[in-house]
Design a protein around this ligand. Sequence first.
Ligand code: BG6
Length: 507
Amino acid sequence: MSTTAPDRQQENPLAEGLALRRTPDPCALVIFGASGDLTHKKLMPALYALAVRRLLPPRFAIVGVARTGGDDGSFREDMANAVKQHARDPFRQDVWDELAAQLHYLATDFADSSGEDKLHGLLGELDEKEELGGKRVFYLAVPPPAFPTIVEALGKRRDERGWTRLVVEKPFGHDLASAKELTATLLEYFKEEEIFRIDHYLGKETVQNMLALRFANGIFEPIWNRQFVDHVQITVAESIGIEARAGYYEQAGAIRDIFQNHLLQLLALTAMEPPIDFTSASVHNEKVKVLRALHTPAPRSVVRGQYGRGFIEGEEVVAYREEAGVAAESMTETFVAAKLYVDNWRWADTPFYVRMGKRLARHETTIAIQFKEAPHPPFEESAAEGVRPNVLVVHVQPDEGVSLAIGAKVPGQGMTIRTVHMDFLYGGTFRTGMPEAYERLILDTMLGDSTLFTRADEVEEQWLLVDSIVAAWQRDKPSFPNYPSGTWGPPSAEELLHRDGRAWRRP
Ligand code: BG6
């Protein structure tokens, strides 16, 4: 039975605007990896945006933990620069001063128990001074090898007075076996409902809008199935290269970096059944059913690529193998395209074509629902040439919005048909800047709402599929590089659709 009890509604991040939400309880947020890129580029700017909007708890402390030496003063200065450089809001000294007073720094590598003791001591002091009641969010923005030591140290010294939440950044494991192992380690000390596995795509407004679009509108759901949908295309295209992340990317490749998490989550949200409510469990249950229904694609239905030299916005860029830290003969893929099937009643025989890659022609993430052709266009042949099947495109980024392609009559004599677009653009409609994904996600961890995070069983299903694809890759070696930077990937990605009489959408 569905429920509209007020407390349920409060937990629901999708039912109400950010401005109307609860303010989190007073708490401490401990960021492990405070000197890293994520903290500078995403976490601190997001905390600043929350401070600007007065969405942080009334009593609050942020503790940055890293191996690099430093103190509160140097940390505050470093973070002020990060905010000036990366925040979406202009820098306001009054907001910053208030937030900076809540920032603390602890230099330790957790290699021995002295690190643990120091953190424990500092949190105890902050608890007392700010009356935080032992409520803590621990954010693991560190490389996975560091997880077990930190998790064990935190788990052994839990403060049972308040609540504890553990936020785990990706990558969550390297394959199914390591992901299971990691889950087992976490579960030794934390309960599943205390673990928040980040997939930052779920924090994006437009990704959540997929749920609003599907389930707040009566007109889409009846046609959201194999009877009316010809196929679905999901594109996660980036024009950037691997930046300074060769060490990580050489191990991950596009399949682990984007396909295993962001891409499969976008697919799950597109294909899932309507949940009975928007509680965390209901949404996760529906998503995991889709992930389970995905069957392993045949090897010829998966294409990999690696970028060579080329041009991005007129600038010449180097090949992947020439990037600093990448092996000269590297076989790591920077592009993947695949044809996937969701084996259930709603989607049987409906292909989901997905592609993702670095150094592609344009930065764009879209989900395109391509509907079947009108059964019988009653027009003359010349007019009918302009009739195209309807496409509903969710523009996740940039140019956030939704667009529906429809056939329309060109004004004038006779009947000539052309495709036109009905567009909804976030910027124009809501006239407000788009919140960054991390703003929503950090707030949700403090509120204890895990709807927009991934549950252990989802992550495992995602790895199961990736492991089977990667296993098939061991058998042959494509010749890399196979696409120039600034293009849409290797020719075999085009062929994947041409074989089926279809083509990738061109933006
Ligand atoms: C990260 C990947 O998870 O997502 C990066 O590790 C990628 O390689 C990034 O660039 C893309 O995120 P966004 O929000 O810029 O689309």
